[in-house]
Design a protein around this ligand. Structure first.
Ligand SMILES: [Zn+2]
Length: 442
């Protein structure tokens, strides 16, 4: 009886632990033909095809190199060649372990948690980070939004958590929960900034739900241009909480306005050939060359603006068209960046700067949504970490160099698990705004 109870308890713990973790495919947008892994903090066990491969634990100073080879993995640990294996798993021995990944042809990144590697179909590597759910969320927040105030990160954490909980089966057939780019949510590094971790931890247990208590869809975009879009104007489904709202908070930000020049010939030819419009007709021609939006519209002469946006690679559908009389061009004047549905990140950044509360900001962008606090979220845990991170942020303020680099690892300081040498890690904020990323938000 005692054994049964112990077993039941173990199973319960195993289930609970599993529910708190996610599997994220990293470097999902890259073809990785060689990767070197080093170990920044903590100790790892290495398993090949389910068997522990290296007797002692792998720690700082050692490295693992993996290459795809004839449908298998070629493995080297330090100077030792272990031949080929089918799958590899690097298992962290505690919560403060950090891996550093150096693939050929892509940027170095660091992650917490476990790593699983197997051959991918295209001769590349399938690399999965098996990580605690909240650690993943903090990494997403760092990859998805810029800013200074903690509430900006709290807002992003709430919408990213809500999205992840609602969409956790998105990649189930492929054997993981999420990819690491904007098809799911960007997760381009572990969170290395204490202020971002502060926002994520303060939001623990917070999600957005509808009036029935169900998690809502929480799309977001860079900048609405002054008015958000209805969900059905961009996608098929009309959702009651994704309504178009006036959003002057998105004015005067980095992504508020843009222009693009296109030749008149190319513009008219596009509508004539692709959408069968008679551009010789003066009225049609006039409509195409003098299109204006003071409020968001859905179509231009029946052509969805979303189609035009993709075909001309425009930053948004919220644009007007003018003829440039000095050339044979039109100038497209646009507002905002992104699909326009749900939360405008730059609008939210401005609202936080104006002192508006994070829950009011969420209600502004998600009409009628309710902020749900999970009653099982351990508030003592949250308060404990908020206090400790606040102390670290305060200590950092008094450091001589005011750069974004962390001379010593704040996560290690937080968990106090073992001594370690000083290390440096820099997160380049501007890379979040990489234009390429935005092409995938469709
Ligand atoms: Zn994905």
């Amino acid at each position: 009886m005692k054994h049964t109870l112990t077993l039941a308890l173990l199973l319960l713990l195993a289930t609970a632990a599993h529910a708190d973790r996610v599997r994220v495919r990293i470097y999902s947008n890259n073809t990785v033909s060689n990767i070197n892994i080093s170990f920044d903090l903590g100790a790892y066990n290495l398993y090949a095809d389910g068997n522990r491969l290296v007797e002692d634990m792998i720690t700082e100073g050692r490295s693992v190199t993996i290459q795809p080879q004839a449908g298998k993995l070629r493995l080297r640990v330090g100077e030792t060649d272990y031949g080929t294996v089918s799958t590899l798993r690097l298992e962290a021995t505690d919560t403060a372990c950090i891996l550093c990944l150096n693939p050929d042809g892509a940027k170095q990144r660091t992650y917490e948690g476990d790593l699983e590697i197997s051959p991918a179909k295209n001769g590349s590597l399938l690399i999965i980070n098996d990580v605690e759910f909240e650690t993943y969320i903090a990494g997403v927040v760092q990859s998805e939004i810029y800013g200074k105030q903690t509430d900006i990160f709290r807002i992003q954490a709430i919408i990213s958590r809500t999205w992840a909980l609602r969409n956790s089966t998105k990649h189930r057939p492929e054997g993981y929960n999420f990819c690491d780019h904007v098809h799911c949510q960007a997760y381009l590094n572990r969170c290395i900034r204490p202020d971002i971790m502060m926002g994520a931890i303060q939001s623990s247990g917070e999600t957005l739900v509808d009036s029935d208590g169900k998690l809502i869809e929480t799309p977001f975009h860079s900048n609405s241009g002054g008015q958000t879009a209805n969900s059905e104007d961009v996608w098929r489904t009309a959702l009651p909480y994704l309504r178009s709202v006036q959003d002057t908070f998105s004015f005067h930000m980095r992504q508020s306005d843009w222009t693009k020049t296109v030749s008149i010939d190319r513009w008219l030819n596009y509508f004539a050939t692709k959408h069968k419009l008679n551009t010789k007709d003066p009225a049609i021609r006039d409509s195409l060359l003098h299109f204006t939006q003071t409020e968001r519209k859905k179509r231009l002469l029946g052509v969805p603006l979303t189609r035009i946006r993709v075909d001309f690679q425009l930053k948004s559908t919220f644009f007007s068209v003018q003829v440039d009389s000095s050339s044979n061009n039109i100038v497209i004047h646009g507002h905002g960046y992104g699909h326009g549905v749900g939360l405008s990140q730059e609008g939210a950044i401005r609202m936080v700067g104006l002192g508006i509360s994070y829950d009011s900001i969420l209600r502004h962008y998600y009409t009628g949504a309710v902020l749900h606090h999970d009653p099982s979220a351990n508030r003592n845990y949250v308060e404990n970490y908020v206090t400790q991170i606040a102390r670290i942020i305060e200590e950092d303020k008094h450091k001589q160099t005011q750069t974004r680099s962390k001379k010593d690892d704040w996560l290690g300081r937080l968990f106090r698990l073992r001594d370690r040498e000083e290390r440096e890690e820099i997160y380049v904020e501007s890379e979040q705004e990489n234009d390429k990323d935005w092409q995938y938000e469709w």
